[in-house]
Design a protein around this ligand. Structure first.
Ligand SMILES: [Zn+2]
Length: 630
């Protein structure tokens, strides 16, 4: 509906104008309208929030051979990285990420997050053994510092040039790999397993914030060719498409996968009953087999292997969907169907899932996302499994397709994802009220705990408390639903799609998102970003007074609204009389310099109920004072 500036609001505005002096006219006097300091747009990052003609991004392609030795729980690999310098800068050295060193004795992460906590290694002492770093047969000087490695280039790498080099390495697999990877009995979930490029970008140069455990990842895009050698008895699930099914699968399994490609049903590829006899479902039962996977345009690669996995498959629009789980995880019989729902839902709401495979793997990790793969715990109820699976699948869009910097901005992946999860859950469980639950959780958690702003770095959130949960997930989810109310569902949804498309396989920054939203919605939202993201202010609108008068059959209702929180919101005031209803939205600018503003509505009868920002979408922390009844 169109915004309407009301007489009372104009009066308040005029009063404020009278108090202005020219020297102070450069910014808002009312600190509730303060705006964040954003970088000046340039030809790389345009004022529209889109990547511009000068936008550039590095690229890293990987060819990796890796072997799992279950007897020693050791992973041994050899990789060739081809690094393309698309920047306008000449590089003298490269930085890589060595995430397994989080588990090396005395790591930085162990000093920040307790080893027995969720993001620790449980006291496990491991880390990388880097055996060789070389290019063209010549060793490369390198320096390892905790989870990072600097490699000296033999000659400066000019703009437009590529450099290939090799690394040989091994590490022992921790049982608890910071709840992101690890092993449980004979099952291995392998992530953060190969040395990989740090991001070099136009904002920070080399991004070398250490991996401490709680903060996630910022990675370059590229293609992966990976050959994984495991005991012949093991099944492997991985990022990418399987390149050599004839060598590692039986004829029956290959035809089951062909059936699954139809997408109409969930097809058992390996059934629980087969697991007691490896000869029934493996082409060989002694020695090793090598599984080859290829993945294009992804920011990471993970895999899992185990000898006792049920395998279900189905498909959506050409994407093969797999669920791999141990037979005890009975809830997982629904995992393939749930995955298909998530892939379909987010493809419709955002942009189509672009990859050839989507593999859900059950195991000792509570819930973690990687390109084309999610690791999720067994779970005990359909809703519990759906919540985690759907969340991890939502991550395929944020940050696997839209490659934001997770180590700095949890809200740009976890928060955006929490928001789309609310829509997806409502579609899967129509009786559920995910938005209501999310807003109620936010309102209750910020009363119970000392809140940290959304803008906090992920590693800055209190490791023991719900800080990251509120600031990284729940509250940004509330913020997005509130923005969708302010901007209108249609324009908001369209703009979110445009943002997803514009920044697919790229590295957006917060300002890029802000600018795309402001342009798409046609609104200056500095006050909104500032208060939601950089402060712990809250929105609490209340109906302060209602006055009703009648003239010639028309009732005029005057409603006074009080902004009791310092996080201002426009006030959508709705009056209802029988079946008649009328809504007027007081723009946020009506509250310049004042807490109060008035809406005037006409109705054919006396209003029985009046609401302001009713519904959990608005993110109001105190809904009790948002409704008036006669
Ligand atoms: Zn997440």
């Amino acid at each position: 509906m169109p915004l309407r500036l009301l007489p009372a609001a104009l009066l308040a505005f005029a009063t404020l104008l009278g108090a202005w002096s020219p020297a102070r006219a450069q910014g808002p006097i009312d600190e509730r309208f303060a705006e964040p300091d954003l970088p000046t747009p340039d030809l790389a990052r345009l004022a529209s929030g889109q990547p511009g003609p000068a936008y550039w991004q590095q690229r890293a392609d990987y060819a990796i051979r890796v072997t799992l030795d279950p007897a020693t729980h050791t992973v041994t690999g050899s990789e060739t990285i081809t690094y393309a310098n698309n920047s306008p800068d000449t590089l003298a050295f490269l930085w890589l990420q060595l995430d397994q060193n989080l588990f090396a004795p005395g790591s930085a992460g162990a000093q920040v997050f307790p080893p027995e906590g969720r993001f620790g290694g449980g006291g496990f002492e491991g880390g990388y053994d880097i055996r060789r770093v070389a290019s063209g047969g010549a060793a490369l000087d390198h320096t390892i510092r905790d989870t990072e490695m600097r490699i000296e280039l033999p000659a400066p790498l000019p703009p437009g040039a590529t450099f290939s080099f090799e690394i040989d390495w091994s590490f022992a697999v921790p049982e608890n790999g910071a709840d992101r990877m690890g092993r449980d009995g004979d099952l291995y979930l392998l992530a953060q397993w190969y040395p990989r490029m740090a991001v070099y970008d136009d904002v920070s140069g080399w991004n070398t914030m250490p991996y401490l455990g709680q903060g996630e990842f910022y990675l370059e895009y590229g293609d992966f060719d990976v050959a994984i050698t495991v005991p012949a008895t093991h099944l492997v699930g991985a990022t990418g498409a399987l390149e050599n099914p004839a060598e590692v699968l039986t004829a029956a399994q290959r035809s089951a996968l062909d059936r699954a490609r139809g997408g109409a049903e969930v097809v058992p590829v390996v059934a629980a009953a087969e697991l007691s006899d490896p000869a029934s479902f493996r082409p060989a039962t002694t020695g090793t087999l090598t599984w080859r996977f290829r993945a294009e345009n992804v920011r990471d690669f993970v895999w899992a292997a185990g000898p006792r996995l049920v395998w279900d498959a189905t498909a959506w629009e050409g994407t093969l969907i797999h669920a791999l789980y141990r037979p005890e995880a009975t809830q997982w019989r629904e995992a393939a169907a749930m995955t298909r729902h998530s892939i379909e839902f987010y493809s419709d709401y955002l942009i189509p899932y672009p990859y050839p495979a989507a593999t859900a793997i059950e195991g000792p990790v509570f819930g973690m996302e990687y390109p084309m793969v999610v690791f999720v715990a067994p779970e005990t109820t359909p809703e519990g499994l759906f919540d985690v699976l759907d969340h991890e699948w939502g991550h395929m869009w944020f940050p696997m397709i839209v490659g934001s910097d997770e180590r700095r901005y949890a809200w740009m992946d976890e928060g955006f994802n929490t928001f789309i999860n609310l829509l997806s859950k409502k579609a899967y469980f129509p009786e559920s009220e995910p938005v209501l639950e999310n807003t109620a959780q936010y309102a209750s958690l910020i009363r119970a705990y000392s809140e940290q702003p959304i803008a906090s770095f992920p590693d800055e959130f209190d490791p023991g408390g719900p800080g990251l949960g509120v600031g990284g997930y729940i509250k940004p989810g509330v913020m997005m639903t509130a923005l969708r109310e302010i901007g209108g569902h249609e324009l908001f949804d369209e703009t979110l799609v445009q943002y997803t498309r514009a920044w697919a396989y790229k590295h957006p920054m917060p300002a890029d998102f802000f600018r795309m939203m402001e342009d798409g919605l046609g609104m200056e939202l500095g006050w909104f970003w500032h208060n939601w993201i950089w402060t712990t202010q809250t929105s609490d609108l209340a109906i302060l007074g209602v006055d009703q008068t009648q003239s010639e059959g028309t009732w005029t209702v005057t409603v006074t609204i009080d902004q009791r929180g310092r996080l201002l919101m426009p006030a959508a005031v709705t009056a209802t009389a029988g079946t008649a209803t009328n809504t007027v939205t007081i723009p946020v600018q009506a509250f310049y310099g004042t807490d109060r503003a008035t809406a005037t509505l006409n109705l054919p009868a006396k209003a029985e109920e009046i609401t302001v920002n009713a519904g959990p979408e608005w993110g109001d922390i105190n809904p009790q004072n948002n409704t008036w009844t006669d």
